[in-house]
Design a protein around this ligand. Structure first.
Ligand code: GDP
Length: 611
């Protein structure tokens, strides 16, 4: 009994809604746009739009819809009403338990405690990632760590000088991007391993680009310094070509010189991680129901679905019910990397759990709830949402999307990945593309290298909504399939100009259409007739182009514009004319203007969208 009370105390239960804050319902008029995220009745909508409910009822009645003031309106009707009463409208997603990954977690500053950084190790193949992971795992830094880690759960924690660090076990950027493409921002810091006897290689660059795209700071581990050919300075200067400027050269990237194999510099690397993590001021609230990400999962023959959960905020206990992806379950047992039972997993702690109803996917989000009823309900709603989402799946971006976004925001940022046959052409394409940028469209080249289009490119594209531009490269059918699944567009070219022209065309499509003036023609005033009630009618001769009845005009006298306005009537003899062409005579009466003189020029013009 006492134990249970402890559990309750642990929560301190001062957070509403069972430990997480829903994003508030939002219904408001903002800059002429009616923004809402929930169902509304006629009365409520009238109130928000500051109009009389009777006006809405009348408007709908005239549109053959009978409603009462307390009736709930569907989105289409809300849109119609907004437009009718002079508002634009936008429906936002209501963020609630069902889509907890989108929930904005708001913790009171006083509830926040420092949490351990979560670190991913990346780098080129054979540069020593696995060796480094093992070296860190097996390093005996504090006496309390009896023996090495006994269970591979995809992540583990290390402690140095009283600070914990969480390492994700899977080296390479596949895991990193796979997570990110599922919307899971897990990593706080990337350790980039570069072999001192080799240098910056394609996957090094990829890793840099991945980290940058995710906005995650990099610590460089220059590895294999024990080797004969090791040249640390060369690595540093190569890295500078990719905007990774070491501290000693005035930049802000810490470079550690290590030998993963000989266990040199590992402690210093860990210390550097602590330094960077302190700058990041990573915090979480241990006193809320846990929220986090699945690191890995499998079906265990004896124990059923087994998953490693990384708690990112809150604390997970064996009393909790969790929703993971679309599954739910009660945590039956939690263990850490030493196979030790864990009762409470605080922020940044990875734990292996059993008790879930299905095997989730790596990268799935999870959230804990106090009751089974709640967890079950939410899992069920999530299943429905997932089904709907699968029906209208979207991933990367297509050129068509670009066109379609024409009228949306101000500056459009287009993420691109460029893969070319040689480094030279990759660089050439990159610099030409950069030149295409203008005020309204910014091309953001998140990754640009020589080489074939890979799995990792597709994932990066999917994660960042990028288009892949391939130059003299061809994706394998497997890669094409993947791209299709992830809805990533790959565009292939053999001639640089084709690539640039198409990009430029797409960008033009994206540009907000500029409205420009186009002169249709000019007419010379040759005689004047004053008619009572109508005013002055100018007898004109069209000297160029044509004058149209519905066009705008300006009156020019001795080269100076004396009036701008509209034509009231355009006549050929006694009849109204729509248009009078060059070489013909016509009578023009200008709306609200009678001071016309002989030899004035009437110029017709219209406003058109510029290409
Ligand atoms: P990964 O592909 O990046 O995971 O690289 P591995 O960790 O598998 O290492 C590739 C090779 O480099 C292995 O043969 C390692 O033993 C070797 N290696 C890794 N770190 C060092 C080091 O610090 N010094 C030396 N001499 N060899 C290393």
């Amino acid at each position: 009994m006492a134990k249970q009370n402890n559990k309750r105390d642990f929560r301190r239960s001062n957070i509403p809604n069972g430990g997480y804050n829903k994003k508030q319902e939002n219904v408001k008029v903002n800059n002429g746009v009616f923004v809402y995220n929930r169902a509304l009745t006629v009365g409520e909508l009238a109130n928000e739009l500051k109009i009389n409910a009777a006006e809405i009822i009348k408007f709908l009645f005239l549109n053959k819809k009978m409603v009462t003031i307390n009736q709930t309106l569907d989105d289409e009707t809300i849109g119609l009403i907004c437009l009718q009463f002079g508002y634009d409208f936008r429906k936002e997603k209501l963020v609630s338990e069902e889509n907890f990954e989108e929930m904005e977690i708001v913790d009171k500053p006083e509830d926040l405690k420092s949490r351990a950084p979560i670190v991913t190790i990346m780098g080129h193949v054979d540069h020593g990632k696995t060796t480094l992971i093992d070296a860190i795992r097996n390093s005996r830094l504090v006496d309390s760590e009896v023996g090495g880690i006994s269970q591979a759960i995809g992540a583990y924690q290390k402690e140095i000088d009283g600070h914990k660090i969480t390492f994700l076990d899977t080296p390479g950027h596949e895991a990193f991007t796979a997570m990110r493409s599922r919307g899971a921002a897990v990593t706080d810091i990337v350790v980039l391993v570069v072999a001192a006897d080799d240098g910056v290689m394609p996957q090094t660059i990829e890793a840099i680009d991945h980290a940058k795209a995710a906005g995650v700071p990099i610590i460089v581990a220059i590895n294999k310094i024990d080797k004969d050919g090791a040249n640390v300075e060369r690595i540093k200067s190569e890295l500078m070509n990719y905007d990774i400027i070491p501290e000693e050269y005035g930049g802000d990237t810490i470079c550690c010189e290590i030998s993963a194999k000989k266990n040199i510099g590992i402690k210093e690397l860990l210390e550097a991680i602590i330094v960077v993590s302190e700058m990041l001021e990573l915090k979480a609230n241990p006193d809320r129901y846990a929220i986090g990400t699945v690191i890995e999962a499998k079906l265990d023959k004896g124990e059923g679905p087994k998953a490693t959960l990384l708690v990112q905020n809150g604390s997970l206990t064996t009393q909790d019910y969790v929703v993971v992806g679309t599954a739910y379950g009660k945590i039956r047992r939690m263990t850490n990397e030493y196979k030790k039972i864990v009762k409470v997993a605080t922020p940044s702690t990875p734990v292996s759990v059993i008790g879930l109803s299905e095997v989730p996917n790596a990268g799935d989000h999870f959230m804990a709830f106090p009751t089974e009823k709640q967890a079950k309900e939410i899992a069920f709603k999530r299943q429905l949402i997932k089904k709907q989402e699968e029906q209208n799946a979207s991933g990367g971006m297509t050129l068509d999307d670009l066109y379609n976004r024409i009228h949306e925001g101000e500056t459009q940022i287009v993420n691109l990945i460029v893969k070319a046959d040689t480094t030279g052409s990759a660089e050439a394409i990159k610099s030409s593309l950069v030149k295409l940028c203008n005020e309204q469209v910014k091309l953001n080249i998140i990754h640009c290298t020589a080489g074939a289009i890979t799995d990792s490119d597709i994932m990066l594209a999917s994660a960042s909504g990028a288009i892949i531009y391939g130059f003299n490269v061809r994706p394998s059918s497997l890669i094409s399939q993947k791209a299709e699944q992830q809805k990533v567009e790959i565009r292939l070219y053999r001639i640089i100009y084709d690539l640039l022209n198409e990009m430029e065309a797409a960008m033009k499509g994206m540009l907000k259409k500029e409205i420009v003036e186009r002169v249709t023609g000019q007419a010379e005033v040759r005689s004047l007739i004053k008619i009572s009630k109508i005013g002055t009618v100018a007898g004109c001769y069209v000297t160029s182009g044509s004058i149209k009845a519905n066009s705008l005009i300006r009156l020019i006298r001795d080269g100076i514009i004396v009036y701008e306005g509209k034509i009231k009537s355009l006549k050929r003899f006694k009849d109204d004319a729509k248009e009078v062409k060059e070489g013909f005579e016509c009578g023009i009466n200008i709306e609200n203007f009678n001071d016309i003189r002989e030899n004035d020029i009437i110029e017709g013009y219209e406003m058109v969208e510029k290409e």
